[in-house]
Design a protein around this ligand. Structure first.
Ligand code: TMP
Length: 254
């Protein structure tokens, strides 16, 4: 039985009260959802891989002085994070047309964009996370103009870092989503990157084969999701090949 106090349960993660005030434990589940929960499956090993991949990326962001909520990984499925006040926006950065942008504007998937584009979606399941403009965000007070500037600056820095990181291992970063939060430290408040960055929240295409190494494999019923996430982890040097068992748990040795 889990005695920890559960603060929040989302589609793919649970947040528990942390060991010290101002901390939380972020637990990665194996649940995969798409279409705002319309499609739901348990994919064995996904949570373990996302925990490791997100740890790797957030650790590197912290090292580059790009502020995040991440403190350290605790175990196979959990990480210690700083408690932040989540800003109710999904911040999407796009380098190549894919997904909802293609549907909305009639673009062919894979068309390079003239420059990187930042979009904001208001986090509200009942409304299906609608696309919103800066005007809505500041008028309704979801974030102040200064906070929005900080969010955009973080999003651009994360895009520059991630694009280079993945390019180095033969993967093109098509687009990704981040969430940001307010971190209060005494009288000070700053905006930090929160949530997770993993193949659940990015579109990652193999540069040579154009093979999809991300959650579109689930959204489009392609199969092979855990193999694709494991491939991403191996290319980043997070998993060595002998660690393949990690995604499926211990194996009986006969
Ligand atoms: P979209 O093309 O469906 O708008 O998605 C853009 C990027 O944002 C893509 O990398 C997937 C990611 N994303 C999430 O992480 N969560 C979501 O709920 C949605 C809609 C997209």
């Amino acid at each position: 039985m889990n005695r920890r106090r559960r603060i929040y349960e989302g589609k793919a993660k649970i947040l528990y009260e942390g060991p010290e005030p101002g901390t939380l434990v972020q637990h990665f589940k194996d649940d995969a959802t798409a279409g705002n929960g319309a499609k739901h499956e348990i994919i064995d090993g996904k949570g373990v891989l996302n925990n490791r991949i997100s740890e790797f990326i957030f650790d590197k962001l912290n090292g580059l002085n790009i502020p995040t909520h991440f403190m350290r990984r605790l175990n196979m499925r959990e990480q210690l994070i700083r408690e932040v006040e989540i800003i109710p926006l999904e911040v999407v950065v796009r380098n190549v047309a894919a997904g909802s942008l293609c549907k909305r504007l009639g673009l062919e998937s894979g068309t390079p964009l003239p420059r990187s584009i930042i979009e904001f979606y208001y986090k509200d399941d009942k409304l299906n996370d609608p696309l919103v403009a800066e005007e809505h965000i500041t008028a309704f007070g979801w974030a102040s103009p200064q906070e929005l500037d900080d969010i955009m600056s973080l999003a651009i820095r994360v895009n520059d870092f991630l694009s280079g990181l993945f390019m180095g291992v033969g993967i093109q970063l098509i687009d990704f989503k981040i969430e940001c939060g307010r971190l209060f430290e005494g009288d000070m408040m700053r905006i930090v990157v929160a949530d997770e960055i993993s193949p659940d929240s990015c579109r990652l295409w193999d540069i040579k084969t154009r093979n999809k190494l991300d959650k579109d494999r689930f959204r489009e019923d392609m199969g092979g999701l855990v193999d694709a996430y494991r491939e991403v982890a191996q290319r980043l040097g997070i998993l060595v090949e002998s660690e393949n068992a990690l995604a499926t748990g211990p194996r009986l040795v006969k």
